[in-house]
Design a protein around this ligand. Structure first.
Ligand code: ACM
Ligand code: ZN
Length: 678
């Protein structure tokens, strides 16, 4: 039943667990309204909460007496129990009563009221009862502040939004190949020498010239973005980080730092070349786990970082370490022999175990990306599952805590709509609907208590400006917040989408940039319907490289073209080798008027459409004739992401169609969705 402009569902994100409207009347919670705090038990947190109430957008003022308050908070009473953050709101004739077992619950009740007031004319809160509690204890976002630096003030601004969405973890990615963004007393050289570069990192991913580090420019002010005279970058001082941590804490958000070990370390190796491996195939972004001095360096770094961040977690990365040289490096070989490690995976695991032991000795817990499962999972580790969900599922079976942040649903650096209309993105494509569709427990039959929660990751390779960063965050972060908070089974995408449009409107008025859902194109229309073709009963076999056996390739004749996303269950075939032949048997001789094939061209990822496609036709499967159709011609200024059809008309009778192409280089990949015959 709708009342006072409020739809049946409560117009807030994340959706509340239960909402019962009580008639048509409303109570107005306007800026300057007064409140009263009734606290039973510990008063710790009361001052911070009062300061927040005064500073929040409703600018609430303390009431002299309980009876005169528009909004009463009852904190620590017996009325609400259970998980931290749970709350109850009752709005009626006597005003609004928000009860919670702790200040976290009271804070979330306030966030619900702020959204409700903003959603209704004249800040009218409908008479209602709301009961609400978080589904997961961990509701996170990762900000990559390395690939492109964003200022301290920018982070503070996003913390306000995270609070509004009841998210409670900010994971800060602070070190990587492209820079070292945390100033430490134990390693001041790192930010002096490797926090600035000669260009935006984005320019260097598309060009053969690598990024060159520059020394810290004179007069640089920490926590701000520096962009002058061809020098670009920045870092946070410990004071900046303390400010971020305390601003976050006032919003019930924990900040988890990440220091990458052992890979993603070009910046470290630039400053400390003594940590390089030797060996014939020395890689430039992984330190030598045979070198004790490198461990000593990281022990000092982690010690200082853990002291600075109150979080019980310390994230040590662990992802994408190129290990192949470790078999060739003299120190690594010595280490493997001395420790009885049978391969390089066990050497990586050895490295993580040492960090784990060190972190535990300081009373904290290690988190690592799912690669830390390789070579044996360290005893106390919490796993962050990013390569889909498999790593997380495996770790749960092994009785480890897990945070799900699958790139198949939660990578906010992937583009969010038809790639031809979007800014360049690291991958394509995760729409709002796709992000919202994630159900973390769908694949977890038991041991669910090991799933601490979920997180969205925003890597910033392609994201140079603050407004672009926000554009990638909102509204998709709304979907992640709802997955993390609202009860399982409460999702309804069309209804969520309308709440998201309304909340984007509110964000816009507060000075945030959001993706405009009203212009959303959505999934590629051509991928939704079966195309006309004469390959209904055809049989397709693909030969890749030197393979003479061939492999069945039914998806190339199934009548469905690929969508914007190249990941997951899509129609794209991902081919990583040089020469490709596809043989199609139509089953009988037919009139053929058209042959073509569809490819992706995605320069940023080095997925190229082939330039030398050839089609052959045959009646008997022995004698093939080359079809005279145009070759694909690509131009350097083409859009960064394109789906290209190579093909043309023919006049022939044929039972067999053969497509041949080369990728242009063994390094490149091709994505093909369909061989179209008509
Ligand atoms: C990752 O995206 N490499 C964690
Ligand atoms: Zn080594």
């Amino acid at each position: 039943m709708a009342s006072a402009g409020v739809p049946d569902n409560c117009p807030v994100i994340p959706q509340v667990a239960s909402f019962s409207p009580k008639g048509d009347a409303t109570v107005c919670l306007s800026p300057g309204s007064n409140y009263y705090l009734e606290i039973s038990g510990s008063k710790e947190g009361a001052d911070v909460f009062r300061a927040y109430l005064a500073g929040c957008e409703l600018k609430l003022a303390p009431a002299a007496r309980k009876s005169s308050a528009k909004l009463r908070f009852q904190i620590g009473g017996k009325s609400i129990s259970g998980v931290s953050g749970a709350y109850r709101i009752e709005a009626g004739k006597k005003g609004i009563v928000a009860s919670a077992a702790d200040f976290t619950g009271a804070f979330y009740a306030l966030q619900t009221l702020i959204q409700l007031a903003a959603a209704n004319p004249e800040n009218a809160i409908p008479y209602c009862v709301i009961e609400d509690a978080p589904r997961y204890a961990y509701r996170g976002l990762l900000f990559d502040m390395v690939r492109h630096f964003h200022s301290k003030d920018f982070i503070l601004k996003q913390l306000d939004m995270m609070a509004l969405l009841k998210m409670n973890v900010l994971h800060l990615h602070l070190t990587d190949n492209e820079g070292w963004r945390i100033a430490l007393d134990c390693a001041p050289e790192m930010t002096k020498k490797a926090a600035f570069g000669d260009s935006l990192y984005f320019h260097t991913i598309l060009s053969p010239t690598p990024l060159k580090f520059q020394d810290e420019p004179r007069g640089y002010k920490s926590g701000t973005l520096y962009e002058e005279g061809g020098v670009y970058g920045g870092y946070y001082s410990k004071e900046d980080l303390k400010e971020i941590i305390s601003y976050a804490a006032a919003r019930h958000i924990e900040v988890i730092p990440e220091i990458e070990i052992p890979g993603h370390n070009k910046a470290l190796l630039y400053v400390h070349p003594e940590f390089f491996c030797d060996g014939a195939h020395r890689v430039d972004n992984v330190f030598c786990p045979g070198n004790e001095a490198a461990f000593d360096f990281f022990y000092k770094v982690l010690d200082e970082v853990m002291e600075l961040f109150p979080s019980k977690f310390m994230h040590i990365g662990g992802d994408e370490a190129a290990k192949y040289n470790w078999n060739l490096c003299s120190r690594c070989k010595e280490r493997m022999a001395a420790e009885g490690l049978k391969d390089v995976f066990e050497l990586q695991s050895y490295c993580i175990r040492r960090m784990d032991k060190f972190i535990v000795s300081r009373g904290k817990k290690l988190i690592g990306w799912d690669e830390i499962l390789e070579g044996g999972l360290s005893e106390n580790a919490t796993v962050m599952s990013w390569r889909g969900t498999q790593g997380g599922l495996k770790a749960i079976q092994m009785n480890h805590d897990v945070i799900m942040t699958p790139n198949t649903f939660h990578y906010l650096d992937y583009c969010q709509d038809a790639p031809w209309k979007e800014p360049v993105a690291f991958n394509s494509c995760l729409t709002l609907e796709r992000v919202y569709s994630y159900e973390p427990e769908a694949e977890i039959p038991d041991n669910r208590s090991r799933l601490l929660g979920v997180q969205g990751n925003l890597w910033s390779e392609c994201i140079m400006t603050d407004s672009h960063f926000e554009y990638m965050l909102y509204p998709r972060t709304f979907a992640i917040a709802e997955t993390a908070w609202s009860p399982r089974g409460s999702k309804d995408y069309p209804q969520f989408r309308s709440r998201a449009i309304a909340l984007c409107g509110q964000l816009g008025r507060k000075g945030y940039t959001c993706f405009d859902l009203s212009t959303e194109v959505g999934e590629r229309p051509q991928a939704k319907v079966e195309i006309p073709r004469i390959t209904q009963n055809a049989h397709a076999v693909i030969y890749i490289g030197n393979d003479v056996q061939g492999k069945e390739a039914p998806s190339l004749v199934d009548g469905y073209l690929g969508g914007w996303s190249l990941r997951g269950k899509t129609a794209w075939m991902d081919i990583r080798r040089y020469a490709v032949t596809v043989d199609i048997d139509l089953g009988e001789i037919k009139d053929v008027h058209y042959v073509g094939a569809e490819f992706v061209d995605y320069k940023l990822r080095r997925f190229f459409a082939p330039q030398d496609t050839e089609f052959y036709l045959s009646e008997d499967g022995v004698n093939y004739e080359l079809a005279d159709i145009p070759q694909l011609r690509l131009y350097p200024d083409r859009k960064y992401f394109a789906i290209l059809t190579v093909g043309g008309t023919v006049q022939a009778r044929a039972r067999y169609v053969r497509l041949r192409y080369n990728t242009g280089s063994p390094k490149y990949r091709t994505f093909i969705s369909e061989v179209i015959v008509n």
